[in-house]
Every structure is written in structure tokens, then in C-alpha cells.
Design a protein around this ligand. Structure first.
Ligand SMILES: [Zn+2]
Length: 216
């Protein structure tokens, strides 16, 4: 029994529903395209055993809402191989309970368990409207040199422990101003966020540039 102790199963209360309109996802889709072209989001036989990696989200409604109720739209599970996404590739997370590993979603596709980390970030501050989860070996390996906060190496993604780590980083580091962190226990995993897509995208791309400069 010891091996199952502490493992909380990821539960999705998922209902199939219509996609959002192309207009509603246009800005998110544009940034997803940029991250795809930079290979920060995608799918490759040479990376992570061929699984899709990275996902982008934005909150559906601005302004204050109780934690766990900050609904957002996010790329669906295993859409990384697609160059261009249409609205059917996006789904809505209506409620998110990172500490319980549970979420309520509706849309044309299921969300991945990484959605829990997006929810954990939205829970930190009602002004956070955009979250990008990228995979960058360059940033990940240089996280300390780049002085970006890092979650504990023994904490996997999509776990209640990851949500607790996100919470810790917001309390113990200047993460709210820094807007980017590395996931120490999730190979190459990086999360950026902002009040606007530009804030979330700029910090990610600027940090990649700094990492590439260090690597050269
Ligand atoms: Zn990931």
C-alpha cells in the first residue's frame, strides 16, 4: 500500500459542449502559434516520449471571482502536434480545485491535468488573466542563473503538491512581479503569466533570449 500513499487521482468532471467562437480565442491562439513556432509548445518524437507539451490559457471573465471559480479557456489535451488550432482544440475550465486534483470542464475536448497548475496561478491574484506553460530546456537548465523561482524537484506536475509549491513561491519569492517560474520536478517546464497576453509572452520570450545568451 505504501506506493499509493499521498497520490491523489486527477479527476475531471467533463461535459461535452460547443466550442468558443474563433474571435473569442483569436488572441490566445495567436500567442499559442508564436510559442509553437519557438518550439516552446508542441510535440516531437525526440521530446518527452512523443507526448504533446505546453499549453496556454486565459481567464474568461476579468475581475474578481472567488478562488477555484476563476474560469479560463485552455488548449485541450494532446493538441501539441497541430501547427494551427481551430476553436475545437480549446476547452473551458469552469472550476478548478488544485489542492484536490479536481476540475470541472466543458467544451469540445478534455483539458490536461496541467490545467491544475494554471488554476493554481489564477488563484494567486485576480489580476492574472493569462498563463502560458512552455517547455524550454534552455530556461529550465539555467533557472538559477536567470534568478527565476523554481518549484521543488520532487514535486510532479498536475499534483496537489505542485499547487502548494506555486502558493509557496508566491509567498516566499518576488514571483508576482517576476511573472515566470520553473517547475523543478517537470522536465523543461516553465510557467509565465500576466495581466495581458503581452506581459505573459514578453517575460517568457525575454527569459528565453537571456537563457540562449547564457548557453552560447
Ligand atoms: Zn508540461
Amino acid at each position: 500500500m505504501a506506493e499509493s500513499e499521498g497520490i491523489v487521482k486527477y479527476v475531471t468532471d467533463y461535459t461535452s459542449a460547443a466550442a468558443l467562437s474563433a474571435e473569442e480565442i483569436a488572441e490566445l491562439n495567436a500567442w499559442r502559434r508564436i510559442l509553437y513556432l519557438a518550439q516552446l509548445v508542441g510535440q516531437s518524437p525526440e521530446r518527452y516520449m512523443g507526448y504533446g507539451f505546453g499549453n496556454v490559457s486565459r481567464r474568461l471573465e476579468p475581475g474578481p471571482a472567488p478562488v477555484t471559480q476563476r474560469s479560463f479557456v485552455i488548449t485541450g489535451t494532446q493538441t501539441g502536434n497541430l501547427t494551427h488550432l481551430d476553436p475545437d482544440a480549446y476547452t473551458m475550465v469552469m472550476e478548478c480545485y488544485p489542492a484536490e486534483n479536481r476540475l470541472v470542464a466543458q467544451g469540445p475536448v478534455k483539458p490536461s491535468s496541467e490545467s491544475l497548475t494554471h488554476g493554481a496561478v489564477y488563484d494567486q491574484d485576480p489580476e492574472i488573466m493569462w498563463v502560458f506553460h512552455a517547455h524550454s530546456p534552455e530556461i529550465w537548465r539555467n533557472a538559477d542563473a536567470l534568478e527565476i523561482p523554481v518549484t521543488a524537484a520532487d514535486v510532479p506536475y498536475g499534483s496537489p503538491e505542485m499547487a502548494a509549491e506555486v502558493d509557496r513561491l508566491f509567498r516566499e519569492t518576488p514571483l508576482l512581479e517576476r511573472r515566470i517560474f520553473s517547475m523543478g520536478g517537470h522536465e523543461d517546464g516553465i510557467v509565465s503569466f500576466g495581466r495581458t497576453a503581452e506581459e505573459a509572452g514578453d517575460v517568457l520570450l525575454n527569459t528565453l533570449a537571456a537563457a540562449l545568451a547564457l548557453s552560447d
